[in-house]
Design a protein around this ligand. Structure first.
Ligand SMILES: [Zn+2]
Length: 64
């Protein structure tokens, strides 16, 4: 888990959703990604409730 660059408190997951890439072309395999946005949870911090980090994790289709 990453920490906020400003206040050094551990970030919390603000939201996550899925994204599909590569389904427009037959030569590109379809790839699913999980997009996780991490926000600062420190009310005293300038980045409070703002997205500090976005993590893009590839997901194997076989996991479903
Ligand atoms: Zn912070």
């Amino acid at each position: 888990m990453q920490n906020c660059p400003q206040c050094k408190i551990e970030l919390r997951i603000g939201s996550s959703h899925y994204e599909v890439a590569g389904d427009k072309s037959a030569s590109t395999p379809t790839q699913l990604y999980r997009i996780t946005k991490k926000v600062c949870r420190n009310p005293q911090c300038a980045s409070f409730e703002q997205v500090v980090e976005t993590v893009k994790t590839p997901i194997e289709i076989g996991e479903f």
